[in-house]
Design a protein around this ligand. Structure first.
Ligand code: UDP
Length: 482
């Protein structure tokens, strides 16, 4: 960067783990490339992030040629306010207070002669683009799902193809000229049977505001999704795949800067994994939001015992606000599993997936988990619940070829039996099919590593993105697209 003043970038995150992780990884990458990055989310999330990860509000950490500063704003609600459980009510509140906070920060920076050059947000906060637009600052979206899912929402929003309706709920959906999804493979917030249609509406708000962003960054890589990336580019949207963000070599040294909400279990998970033979452990996690029924937990537990496979299972406790009962494992389960299995509340997932003992990931197929497993070469057993997870499951199994199907989406409402769990585990971890999956997973792992290595497709995209911001300065660029 020489004597040039670093460019200032504001990143604003929705306060959920699956949103914070990829945006924080991007923050570190941009800092490593020389920017002063300010990462903003709510104090409610910040309180946990500070406790678990030794992060401090307002203090600046140097990274590469740049730096990272956290800023947390109060969402204006008491700690135990149940409105946080209602995404629609909470989103309105966040917009109300968040808009003021972000606007004020932009103003303060302008007043102190360190103007903000770019504002980046992740989905669920479409109003961030409005704030940037009103202040004449270039704005960018970090899309945190796959490009295929982006295409589904784009096609739906612009009514480019028919989607299932109340009168025709079982129709297939065309994504591009050569790829079709069945009714139960589309992001199910767009399906009339969805229990959470509000989430679809909220994500579509971002598409309403797409003309205000000059670029869509995506945590994916070209080699994985080139057809869909081409499709989006043909719509005159500047899309830049820059993933896998978590595995960018430039941020390896700062892997200790994390945004975890939950402290990892202090039971020497990695030491335990190190005692296991290569590829013999199934890692099981359903992400931070999906909460299985007690009946389903029982079936998984018995399936694990019957398969005799070693396992590391993240069984997270219910959140306080949810009022749900904690899961109970079948009597004698832990004793019978003995040294073969471990059940924890939270684990360092990237470290776990990088451990050679892990042969398979039973996953809910959130996009972060999907990218992490693809990048680390671990085959999957898919167990999606809702939203993009069902589409990701389809791609992991039928397109990327790294998985076996196990669970059903919530709209199908089917229990996966212990026999299915046992059969799925054995198929994904032993024998010819398992070898095939592993081979494919290794191929995609290598492609992911090449994408973020110096000169790789994602690395180049990130460099070009930085150049874009420098060129644009504070010129209003919103009219260039659409
Ligand atoms: N995660 C983790 N430890 C756990 C469970 C989850 O570090 O025990 C992380 C995981 O690595 C991923 C994120 O939490 O980065 C979950 O995001 P994802 O998109 O997979 O699912 P969501 O929680 O948003 O449904």
């Amino acid at each position: 960067m020489g004597s040039e003043a670093p460019i200032q970038i504001l990143l604003v995150s929705y306060p959920a783990q699956g949103h914070i992780n990829p945006l924080l990884r991007l923050a570190k990458c941009l800092a490593a490339k020389g920017s002063s990055v300010i990462f903003i989310t709510t104090e409610y999330a910040g309180k946990n992030m500070r406790t678990v990860n030794n992060i401090t509000d307002k203090s600046t950490t140097p990274i590469g040629d740049g730096s990272l500063t956290f800023r947390f704003f109060h969402d204006g609600l008491p700690d135990d306010d149940s409105i946080r459980n209602s995404l629609s009510g909470y989103s309105e509140q966040l917009e109300l207070v968040g808009k003021q906070f972000v606007s004020q920060m932009i103003k303060n920076h302008a007043d102190s002669n360190t103007p903000i050059s770019c504002v980046i947000n992740n989905p669920f906060l479409p109003w961030v683009c409005d704030v940037a637009y009103d202040n004449n600052i270039p704005s960018v979206l970090l899309w945190i799902q796959s490009v295929a899912v982006f295409v589904a929402y784009y096609n739906y929003f612009h009514k480019l193809v028919p989607f299932p309706t109340d009168s025709e709920p079982y129709i297939d959906v065309q994504l591009n000229s050569s790829f079709t999804l069945k009714y139960n493979e589309i992001p199910d917030f767009l399906h009339p049977f969805s229990k959470y249609p509000f989430l679809g509406t909220l994500i579509l708000e971002q598409f309403k505001n797409l003309s205000k962003v000059f670029c869509v960054l995506v945590d994916t890589y070209e080699e994985l999704e080139h057809d869909f990336i081409d499709y989006v580019s043909e719509k005159s949207i500047k899309i830049r795949p820059i993933g896998p963000l978590f595995n960018n070599p430039k941020i390896k040294d700062v892997s200790y800067i994390r945004g975890d909400f939950v402290k990892r279990d202090d039971c020497k998970i990695v030491d335990w994994l190190n005692t296991k033979a290569e590829g013999c452990v199934v890692y099981i996690s359903f992400g931070t939001i999906v909460y299985l029924s007690q009946e389903q937990v029982d079936e998984i537990a018995y399936g694990l015992l019957e398969s005799q496979v070693s396992f590391l299972w993240v069984l997270k406790p219910p959140s306080k606000e949810s009022g749900r009962k904690a899961h109970v494992l079948p009597e004698g389960f832990l004793e019978e599993a003995g040294e073969r299995g471990k059940v924890v509340k939270w684990c360092p997932q990237e470290e776990v997936l990088s451990n050679p003992s892990v042969g398979c990931f039973m996953t809910h197929c959130g996009w972060n988990s999907s990218m992490e497993t693809l990048t680390l070469g671990v085959p999957v057993l898919t167990f999606p619940a809702w939203g993009d997870q069902v589409t990701n499951a389809k791609f992991l199994v039928d397109v990327f070829g790294v998985g076996t199907r196990l669970g059903y989406s919530q709209i199908e409402d089917k229990l996966v039996t212990r026999d299915e769990v046992k059969t799925g585990l054995l198929e994904a971890m032993t024998g010819g099919k398992a070898e095939q999956l592993k081979k494919k997973a290794i191929k995609l792992k290598k492609a992911a590593e090449a994408a973020v290595a110096g000169g790789g497709s994602s690395d180049r995209n990130l460099d070009e993105f930085m150049e874009d911001i420098k060129k644009r300065g504070t010129v209003n660029i919103s009219v260039e697209f659409h």
